[in-house]
Design a protein around this ligand. Structure first.
Ligand code: ADP
Ligand code: MG
Length: 377
């Protein structure tokens, strides 16, 4: 178990036992992509892949001594001199910055991190790290926070400190996940409810480096801001882009790329509502909506890739598969596939070899189900 691994890393780095271990989950978004920062709706699940953080108070200077993965030595974060350094410690530093900013006097800490979430694949290892670290530190200091506020604190850490203009979905899923349920999230204004979801899904990581992603993501955020400003020219009361109707989007004067992005947002949010309604009614996941989502992301949002398109098309040729789409930001990263358990298992077997033959390197593939979010182990 990943919590035990964190304990082992802790003993190796600092000796003895941590005071506690907290963990948070990676996530897969079932549907509702590139809409959180536009005030839209999404339907993620927390998955069995997790990040665990072992923590203990230490006497002396107000610094965090931290190790991740048992390698790379112990790094020191000075609470009085928190600054972005362009490496992984920016995530815990960003959380410490929030805690200090909230008036919490954070004493010296010893921290060991272990994770089985592949990082940078779109399963949200960054949010799991932030949420697990925040939950562990708040727990050991006895300054608890409800899970939604915890998620929002971690989102602020990533936005303000790490400098990624992310929406709240990843941190919310990492913190608020529920086994056997998908999370129906609305980002404008924020609310979350659960709908039953006990199906397996297949996650395929295309294992493509995604150097373009950060700049392309920021570009999409800006294109959506342009679309919102244009819609508000006609309808000043529209609170966020996801609240704009297709008619308003079509009537407003804006660059064509912004109009395409806005059309995706409107259609995607409707698909999320339709999917959540189907699941709440006890129906199986509507695979055709996943496929429609993929096409919209590919054509209107322009965030797919040759590899993701190939995985989706290959999956759809498999009997028993009902739908597939890119998940996460896109431009590489992961796809998610829906269908019968037997069909998913067959695809998990056959797809990596076929992909390697076509694309030239092996992808990773896992079957996952909906699991719990943050917890003390
Ligand atoms: P994603 O969240 O989709 O995995 P990001 O680029 O947002 O991708 O976050 C990945 C980054 O988060 C890594 O490059 C690393 O800096 C940090 N990170 C995530 N998990 C860990 C971990 N267990 N240990 C150290 N750093 C981690
Ligand atoms: Mg991330």
């Amino acid at each position: 178990m990943i919590a035990d691994e964190a304990r082992r890393h802790f003993a190796a780095a600092f000796g003895g036992e941590p005071a506690l271990v907290a963990s948070a989950a990676g996530r897969v978004n079932l549907i509702g992509e590139h809409v959180d920062y536009s005030g839209g709706e999404a339907l993620p699940i927390a998955i069995q892949r997790r990040t665990a953080v072992a923590v203990r108070l230490r006497a002396g200077a107000k610094v965090t001594q931290i190790n991740s993965g048992g390698t790379g030595g112990v790094l020191t974060i000075d609470h009085a001199r928190l600054a972005r350094r362009g490496k992984w410690t920016d995530y815990p530093s960003g959380v410490l910055d929030q805690l200090v900013g909230a008036g919490i006097d954070v004493p010296g800490l010893e921290v060991a991190v272990a994770s089985d979430i592949p990082s940078g694949s779109g399963l949200s290892s960054s949010a799991a790290l932030e949420v697990a670290f925040d939950f562990a530190v708040r727990s050991v200091l006895h300054v608890p926070l409800d899970e939604v506020s915890l998620a929002l604190e971690c989102q602020r850490a990533e936005r303000q400190f790490v400098g990624v203009p992310c929406g709240a979905m990843d941190q919310m899923a990492a913190a608020c996940g529920r086994r056997g349920h998908a999370l129906h999230m609305n980002f404008g204004p924020l609310s979350v409810s659960t709908v039953p979801f006990t199906e397996q899904v297949l996650v395929v990581d295309t294992a493509v480096p995604r150097s373009l992603r950060a700049s392309a993501y920021t570009e999409r955020v800006q294109e959506c801001a342009v679309a919102l400003a244009a819609v508000r020219h006609l309808a000043p009361d529209v609170p966020h882009l996801a609240a704009a109707t297709r008619e308003q989007i079509d009537a407003a004067v804006m660059p064509e790329v912004s109009r395409l992005r806005a059309r995706h947002v409107a259609a995607e949010c409707q698909r999320v509502r339709d999917t959540a309604a189907a699941l709440a009614a006890g129906e199986r996941f509507p695979g055709h909506l996943a496929l429609a989502s993929h096409r919209s992301l590919r054509d209107d949002y322009d965030c797919s890739s040759r590899e993701l398109d190939w995985v989706v098309e290959q999956a759809m040729r498999t009997p028993g598969i009902t739908g597939a789409r890119l998940t996460g930001a896109g431009w590489g990263g992961c796809a998610v596939v829906f269908g019968d358990a037997a069909a998913l298992a067959a695809l998990e077997e056959s797809l990596p070899g076929a992909y390697a033959k076509e694309i030239g390197h092996r992808p990773r593939a896992w079957i996952v189900t909906a699991d719990d979010g943050a917890r003390v182990e």
